[in-house]
Design a protein around this ligand. Structure first.
Ligand SMILES: Nc1ncnc2c1ncn2[C@@H]1O[C@H](COP(=O)(O)OP(=O)(O)O)[C@@H](O)[C@H]1O
Ligand SMILES: [Mg+2]
Length: 242
């Protein structure tokens, strides 16, 4: 499968009189891993909020696959269409174990018809891929920070999303944990899936992303290869040079 997975078209988001996203347009292809980078306050999380239906833009369109505009769709409609997101802060359910979290992740989305043995099998696959098989029965609240990040990625993987968004997946991880996350993100790449990653760790970004979009004050400052972003004077001025 090829072609555009997600088209963000002339989107503007305002909070009161403050413009967090300013006539932003970008297109992400199926099969692609796209990093969205930029300084704090650039609008990265707000962009993910728009795509996931949490924040309504003042104007613009968001088109997913060959579907129509999803900009007015509800969060649950968007999730059912196969758009899933790992949030910046891990959201762990107190009292539930690791396996139960993955089961919740598998509900809805593109595998919503799974139950019984098929669901168990899917959950086992995801636990294995996320490196959490040995922790399946552990209360999720007892996991280390890195393991919680993998659990969250496992929860989004479990629904077999067509568009997967990861907000700061390696923040606070050790180098070794970051290596494992790189391997996990590479496993998630598929020709019929698009992956969007927001992250400040530029070495991580360079190793997983096909292209980067640099946001600054709600607009695209640069789009292209990470190596070219590093060499770009404007990108250095507002973000990488500091
Ligand atoms: N709900 C909100 N109300 C008011 N301002 C907000 C809200 N969410 C984000 N902002 C502002 O919008 C700008 C972009 O925020 P955000 O998208 O979180 O940036 P990033 O993720 O790139 O650090 C920031 O200046 C932030 O303070
Ligand atoms: Mg953010």
């Amino acid at each position: 499968m090829n072609g555009v997975a997600l088209l963000v078209d002339a989107v503007t988001v305002e909070f009161g009189s403050f413009r967090a996203i300013d006539m932003l347009s970008l297109a992400i292809d199926f099969g692609e891993v796209r990093a969205v980078i930029g300084p704090n306050g650039a609008g990265k999380t707000t962009l993910l909020d728009v795509i996931s239906g949490i924040t309504r833009p003042k104007q613009g369109r968001v088109v997913f696959g060959d579907r129509t505009d999803i900009v007015r769709a509800s969060e649950s409609e968007i999730a059912r269409a196969g758009i899933r997101r790992k949030f910046q802060k891990p959201s762990i359910f107190e009292g539930l174990n690791v396996r139960q979290h993955i089961e919740i992740g598998a509900q809805g989305g593109l595998v919503r018809t799974l139950f019984g043995h098929a669901l168990d099998q899917r959950v086992d696959e995801v636990l294995e891929a996320a490196g959490l098989s040995g922790l399946a029965n552990r209360p999720a609240s007892e996991l280390a920070h890195g393991q919680k990040q993998w659990l969250e990625i496992g929860m989004v993987m479990a629904s077999n999303p067509a568009l997967l968004m990861l907000d700061e997946p390696v923040a606070g991880l050790t180098d070794e944990e970051t290596e494992r996350t790189i391997a996990l993100v590479r496993k998630l790449r598929r020709a019929d899936r698009a992956i969007v990653v927001v992250e400040h760790d530029m070495d991580f970004v360079e190793r997983i992303a096909d292209r980067v979009t640099v946001l600054h004050e709600g607009r695209t400052l640069f789009e292209g290869l990470m190596a070219d972003a590093r060499a770009n004077e404007r990108v250095k001025d507002v973000y990488l040079g500091r």
